[in-house]
Design a protein around this ligand. Structure first.
Ligand SMILES: Nc1ncnc2c1ncn2[C@@H]1O[C@H](COP(=O)(O)OP(=O)(O)OP(=O)(O)O)[C@@H](O)[C@H]1O
Length: 622
């Protein structure tokens, strides 16, 4: 079995449903460190620049003290002034370089996080995507990753440089007057204790805000995903209100986070102001008693104000860590979702005509989730290639699910699915899917040009290949009509194309992949006569040398099929040609009479495909 879950599914399920805040402190730290690690050298350089800048700033009060002491004497102060100026310029220049290096690194951290997350999210198992909200997953890539920017760079520097500057400033203050230092530290520790209580609230509010941003994305994705329906239903106002409500929620929690950050920040100023008053009072009396000099008190007070910077940096680092931990919890949660392993890369496209594939379902049972009922209750059939096999049956019988299982979008719960005699679980996913062309029921066409759509599944296809499939899919006339030909932009979800054109573009895209097996989930919508005829011709022509499986809703398709598999309630109840099945299967007879979409050109084809090859036999209809 080559499709391996990268994590334990149960653990992944738990991760996706539990509160991301539940990431332990250690896990949070490890996850953040993982993003920081590749950049630690550059962050060290940024830290060094910041430290040099801080050191030059630290020397300034000493130079100022000498300057004040010389004011009374007759010595020149020009040299000292020059030194002070040089210190300021040098410190600023080095700090600027450090700031640039760090900002650049911060962007790199975001880029790396986005790359890794996109790489994983686009390989998610379908079931995982169905369990989550794509809009919310998108917001983790676009919004949460940006919050890693500061925590992995600036806050590391702030913590290191702030911590060192803090200690160095304390050392200088200790040299000047240990008693006044004791007073200062007493105040700082008291207020620092209060700040520590506030910190977790920042993480909590940030996380709620990010969740609300995810809800905004989800609501937008829903609205834009069904834009015409939204308009046709007159639901613009309601959808707008839903997005606004989520946006308001994001704002509310964002403001709450800002409030707690402001409390943390203001306590820095408060700590220094209170210390200043205490030092001024106690220091003044010490000057009066001759225990210390005015110059020492002035220098001490200057250092006290220099303390604002390192303490601010420490508080900033701590609050950034809280913001980052909220983001990393959501990122890790997305990273833990179960992904597919594509296995070995897709084989290069074949130059010769590919051999048609065979498909066997052997007692396949399947349910979409453990808490849902079974959809397949032991489905068995054999399809030798080439030729066309139509799957028919009432809505919900499990026809589309057959295709999903062949593509291994989901794993069968029981039984075996063989493609060319090999169990699909033993085939590398890339190889399996490389052999298949898949056209979904709503034939999605992606935003972009026609050419981009055609090359989507076969980027290396040549112009000659493209021309070939255009002719086969009867799109050549359309392309000639379009002003920009293949480079015509088709709009969001191909909205500038007709339903039939979209379907043929989807078929052409699948054919360009040179599949050995074509899975065609026929649209349930009625096509006009020309489109239906075109489609029928394409499918008939393709099925001459490719195995084509069609979930058929149209009588015209069914009657063309070499064999028809009749499904009902998750079981195969009969296999045969149209003529055979009309004669011996009551459900099929009823479907043919009432449920198949009649041919748009008025042809009924109900006489059956007399030239149909002998039918396969169901291998068991439990
Ligand atoms: N992704 C899914 N998650 C959960 N249940 C699903 C999913 N897809 C389909 N089902 C359920 O599985 C059953 C079979 O669906 P399937 O799409 O295979 O039916 P179908 O025969 O192709 O129907 P139709 O002719 O209407 O397209 C249905 O009851 C459907 O609700």
């Amino acid at each position: 079995m080559t499709t391996t879950a990268t994590t334990d599914p149960a653990a992944a399920a738990t991760a996706a449903t539990t509160d991301p805040q539940k990431l332990s402190a250690r896990e949070t730290w490890q996850a953040l460190y993982r993003h920081f690690r590749p950049h630690r050298g550059v962050v060290a350089l940024g830290t060094l620049c910041t430290l040099i800048g801080a050191a030059t700033a630290l020397l300034q009060p000493l130079a100022a003290k000498s300057l004040v002491e010389r004011l009374g004497g007759d010595g020149s102060i020009a040299g000292l002034l020059l030194l002070l100026t040089a210190l300021v310029v040098l410190g600023t220049a080095i700090e600027s370089v450090g700031a640039y290096v760090l900002e650049r690194t911060a962007e790199s951290v975001v880029l790396a996080a986005r790359r890794s997350l996109v790489g994983r999210l686009l390989r998610l198992r379908l079931a995982e995507v169905e369990r989550t909200q794509p809009g919310d997953l998108m917001s983790r890539i676009t919004s949460d990753t940006t919050l890693l920017r500061a925590v992995t760079t600036q806050s590391v520097v702030s913590a290191i440089s702030g911590g060192l500057s803090f200690l160095a400033t304390l050392a200088m203050m200790a040299l000047l007057d240990p008693v006044l230092l004791g007073v200062t530290l007493g105040v700082i520790v008291l207020i620092g204790g209060c700040v520590a209580l506030v910190m977790p609230k920042i993480a909590q509010a940030t996380q709620r805000a990010q969740e609300a941003v995810g809800t905004v994305s989800t609501a937008l994705e829903r609205a834009f995903g069904a834009f015409r329906t939204v308009k046709a239903s007159g639901a613009e106002q309601r959808e707008t209100e839903a997005v606004e409500a989520a946006a308001h929620e994001a704002w509310r929690h964002g403001v709450r986070s800002a409030k707690w950050q402001a409390v943390a920040w203001s306590s820095v100023g408060l700590a220094v102001q209170v210390s200043f008053l205490a030092v001024l009072g106690i220091g003044g009396s010490r000057v009066a008693s001759g225990a210390t000099s005015v110059a020492t008190l002035v220098a001490f007070l200057l250092y006290l104000f220099y303390l604002i910077d390192p303490v601010s940096r420490l508080v900033e680092a701590a609050s950034q860590y809280q913001v980052g931990s909220a983001a990393i919890a959501r990122i890790v949660q997305a990273e833990r979702l179960e992904t597919e392993d594509a296995g070995e890369p897709s084989p290069p496209p074949t130059t010769t005509a590919p051999a048609p594939a065979s498909v066997v379902f052997d007692e396949v049972t399947f349910r979409y989730r453990d808490d849902l009922p079974y959809v397949h209750h032991g489905v068995s059939f054999e399809v030798p290639g080439p030729g066309m096999t139509a799957f028919v049956g009432p809505s919900g019988a499990g026809k589309t699910t057959v295709f999903a299982l062949i593509e291994r979008f989901y794993e069968a719960t029981g039984g075996r699915i063989l493609v060319d005699g090999e169990d699909v679980r033993d085939l590398p996913l890339a190889r399996l899917r490389g052999a298949i062309g898949y056209v979904e029921q709503d034939a999605p066409v992606l935003a972009g040009t026609l050419r981009e759509n055609l090359l989507f599944a076969a980027p290396e296809a040549t112009e000659a290949d493209i021309h070939g499939v255009l002719v086969r899919a009867k799109l050549d006339a359309l392309v000639e009509r379009l002003p920009d030909g293949l480079d015509t932009v088709v709009g969001h979800r191909g909205s500038k194309l007709s339903g039939g054109e979209r379907q043929r573009v989807a078929i052409a895209r699948a054919l360009l992949r040179k599949p050995r097996l074509l899975l065609l989930d026929e649209a349930t919508s009625q096509l006009d006569a020309v489109n239906e005829l075109a489609l029928r011709d394409v499918v008939t022509e393709v099925s001459r040398d490719v195995t084509v499986l069609v979930v058929a809703h149209r009588l015209s398709t069914v009657t063309l099929a070499d064999r028809i598999v009749v499904m009902d309630a998750g079981r195969v109840r009969a296999v045969g040609t149209h003529t055979e099945l009309v004669a011996r299967d009551p459900l099929y007879g009823e479907l043919a009479a009432t449920q198949f979409l009649a041919s748009a050109d008025g042809g009924n084809g109900a006489g059956g495909n007399g030239a149909a090859t002998p039918a396969g036999t169901p291998r068991g209809t439990p």
